[in-house]
Design a protein around this ligand. Structure first.
Ligand SMILES: [Zn+2]
Length: 453
């Protein structure tokens, strides 16, 4: 039981949690589309249920930097893979792909198209193109940036004069098989804010995206993939305290998904290019023409060194640039002509780690070189060795929730693997004493609910 993690704060019993006053009168959380005018989705734990905030905001559960003797303290440690440079396990780096020092194993001839900063007024057209080309992509969403204080509830008028709500665009992304992921609420540079602000930007974005999904008539989702704005602090030349600070906060929430090829579409604005039908961005000193920029973006993706090599690609683009929108069909055709197929990042996560992203971070063994990285987020609570029986493991944010709710003492051992309900979108895992439900559509502390048997 070397990976049995003792919770660092006092173990809470379910009775104690109930005494904290998080039980309510109503039977189920509201999952039907809410009135947009309603300020906040009503949160009512089911009868007898109790809530606990386990979104990683409990500082005692943030991954710890391993000590020098971490490997020696393990009774029977598997031999570390010495062919991998030890720096790649440096605890200042989160788990993920595409940043300096990351291990970028990618399946050959697979392109993971990613679009950041949306939805925008152009996103419906991006979705039309992806649908017509039968391509699935991943959207890293900001709930407020470019959309204003109303965020995903804001509206715009399309070319036909029809009012469109951004949350409906988000729902369409989900409905058409794309993956949506977290890119912070306000697109701030994580190198220049406190750990609490980083957590707040990540957690609030997940909550706002889920509130938008539910209001649009879709189902909530846990977002286990995260991309920091500007790739900061890794791609902004800033070293020092900001790096471990951002790493620790990101790792407490999900995988850090950067990119291996950039379209360069966000480096400038072309003449006539915009993110909105009603406002034009400020142009730089020597703005390219629209056609020159389109050709450059196409070239930078389809003729990149990794592309010419047939490597797997995580491609950075933005569904907020009209030049990218207009060149996207050629990008897809160009990659297809070179033998590429297209998948979402979740496909990549399963290809690389053979686990869903939900399982991977946070967890009991983050940065432990004696444990394969696919098992960093999980703890085996039965007799089966770690990594062999998902039904006896507790992983990722369910692992955090399990200990926040009192661990084995309060909940007992797992009775099955976690599942996401097709009806409600809620992820739950059954334990001997209670089931844990993760409700990302609820504000803390009712984003985690324990349902006693
Ligand atoms: Zn961005």
């Amino acid at each position: 039981m070397r990976h049995m993690q003792q919770p660092l704060r006092t173990r809470w019993s379910l009775a104690l949690l109930a005494a904290l006053g998080c039980s309510g009168p109503k039977l189920t959380p509201e999952l039907k589309p809410a009135d947009p005018a309603e300020e906040i989705i009503a949160v009512h734990p089911p009868q007898g249920g109790v809530c606990a905030d386990a979104q990683g905001t409990n500082s005692a559960l943030v991954p710890k930097v391993p000590t020098a003797d971490a490997v020696q303290s393990c009774p029977n440690p598997p031999a570390p893979d010495l062919s991998i440079p030890i720096d790649d396990f440096n605890p200042v780096r989160p788990m993920g792909v595409g940043y300096p020092g990351a291990i970028n194993a990618l399946p050959p001839h697979v392109a993971y198209l990613t679009f950041d900063d949306g939805p925008s007024e152009w996103t419906h057209t991006f979705l039309d193109i992806l649908r017509d080309k039968d391509v699935r992509a991943t959207f890293f969403v900001t709930a407020k940036q470019l959309k204003g204080p109303e965020g995903l509830d804001a509206t715009y008028e399309d070319a036909g004069g029809k009012t469109v709500v951004f949350r409906d665009v988000l729902k369409r992304e989900v409905d058409e098989g794309h993956q949506i992921a977290n890119h912070t609420v306000n697109h701030i540079d994580l190198a220049h804010v406190t750990p609490a602000q980083i957590t707040s930007e990540i957690d609030e974005n997940e909550f706002l995206m889920n509130r938008a999904l539910v209001r649009a008539g879709s189902k909530p989702q846990l977002f286990s993939l995260f991309r920091p704005p500007y790739g900061s602090p890794w791609f902004t030349g800033i070293a020092g305290p900001s790096e471990p600070q951002a790493s620790a906060r990101i790792s407490s929430h999900g995988l850090n998904i950067m990119w291996t090829v950039t379209s360069g579409d966000a480096t400038d604005w072309a003449i006539g290019e915009s993110y909105s039908s009603s406002s034009m961005p400020t142009l730089g000193d020597k703005p390219p023409t629209f056609e020159v920029k389109k050709a450059r973006v196409l070239h930078d993706v389809v003729e990149s060194a990794p592309t010419l090599n047939g490597d797997g690609l995580v491609v950075l683009m933005h569904d907020t640039h009209s030049a990218t929108r207009d060149v996207l069909p050629q990008i897809i055709d160009g990659l297809r002509a070179k033998g590429y197929s297209f998948e979402t990042i979740e496909h990549y996560v399963n290809w690389r780690w053979n686990r869903p992203s939900l399982d991977l971070t946070p967890g009991p063994s983050l940065y432990d070189v004696s444990v394969p990285d696919r098992d960093w987020g999980c703890e085996a609570l039965g007799d089966a060795p770690l990594g062999t029986d998902r039904a006896s493991e507790v992983c990722g944010r369910l692992w955090v929730a399990y200990y926040a709710l009192g661990g084995a003492e309060a909940l007992g051992a797992p009775l099955g693997a976690p599942e996401r309900s097709a009806d409600t979108g809620i992820v739950s895992q059954p334990f001997e004493q209670a089931s844990i439900e993760l409700h990302p559509e609820n504000p803390a502390p009712c984003n985690v609910i324990a349902l006693p048997r």
